[in-house]
Write a protein that binds this ligand. Structure first.
Ligand code: MN
Length: 239
């Protein structure tokens, strides 16, 4: 049922009904819809899905009750907002730089301990200057230290508030499609000022790995397969 405007017409109908939730195309050709709102409005969207929008051939509608997510406006999931990259960086201090493409630049945060897939781990993320997109695949020695591309992929923006307004307000929800990091994350600002402090938190979804330490488990560059210390060993330096 892909490619027949199903997602767009569903989003538009859901908005008319005052529902929150999301819709996305799945790889098997089905369309997955998550709807929250008044029981009557949910029944109305079910009816709409059974009939299908003009030109869609609906073969089957499966309805299941799921836990309320309660945080998203009706949105199309599956549309990339841009690229993300995480670079492991040995400078004066060792850290990981999380960068999300936003308005033609890479919005950046330095994470002293790196990211985590454990929803219980709240990782400090200090906002730093935006970087150029051209820097995303940089890997090599740098000013006595070094950089590897630890993870790379695309991301989707989520949440009730559109980006970049969401980040301006201090709370961004997003979904990563990386090689190592996948699923929902939140960035929550905890301190404003010259170097705003945020927390990066893995959301509880099927990609969460409670108790895991992805930084230790998967230390290698997704571009070259090298670890940062191997790269710096190549130059004679040590992290
Ligand atoms: Mn850095």
């Amino acid at each position: 049922m892909h490619g027949v405007g199903f997602r767009e017409s569903t989003v538009s109908r859901a908005r008319e009904l005052g529902l929150t939730g999301w819709v996305r195309n799945e790889a098997d050709g089905s369309v997955r819809v998550h709807a929250e709102g008044a029981a009557e409005a949910v029944r109305a969207i079910e009816g709409f899905l059974r009939d299908g929008p003009p030109s869609a051939r609906v073969s089957h509608v499966a309805v299941e009750q799921v836990k309320v997510e309660g945080h998203e406006q009706f949105a199309i999931r599956g549309l990339s907002a841009g690229v993300f990259v995480i670079q492991e960086h040995q400078a004066r201090t060792h850290h990981f730089d999380l960068r999300l493409e936003l308005s033609g630049a890479m919005r950046s945060w330095a994470l002293p301990r790196g990211p985590s897939l454990d929803p219980a781990a709240k990782r400090l993320a200090v906002q730093v200057a935006d970087h150029a997109l051209a820097h995303n695949d940089f890997e090599g020695p740098l000013e006595g230290g070094g950089v590897i591309v630890w993870d790379l992929g695309t991301y989707e923006q989520g949440g009730r508030v559109a980006w970049p307004e969401a980040l301006t307000r201090g709370h961004g929800v997003f979904v990563l499609y990386g090689e190592k990091l996948q699923g929902g994350f939140a960035l929550q600002r905890t301190r404003a000022g010259e170097k705003p402090q945020w927390l990066l938190i893995k959301r509880r979804d099927e990609h969460a790995q409670p108790g895991s330490d992805i930084v230790a488990e998967a230390p290698r560059s997704v571009l070259s397969g090298r670890t940062l210390s191997e790269l710096m060993g190549d130059t004679g330096a040590r992290p």
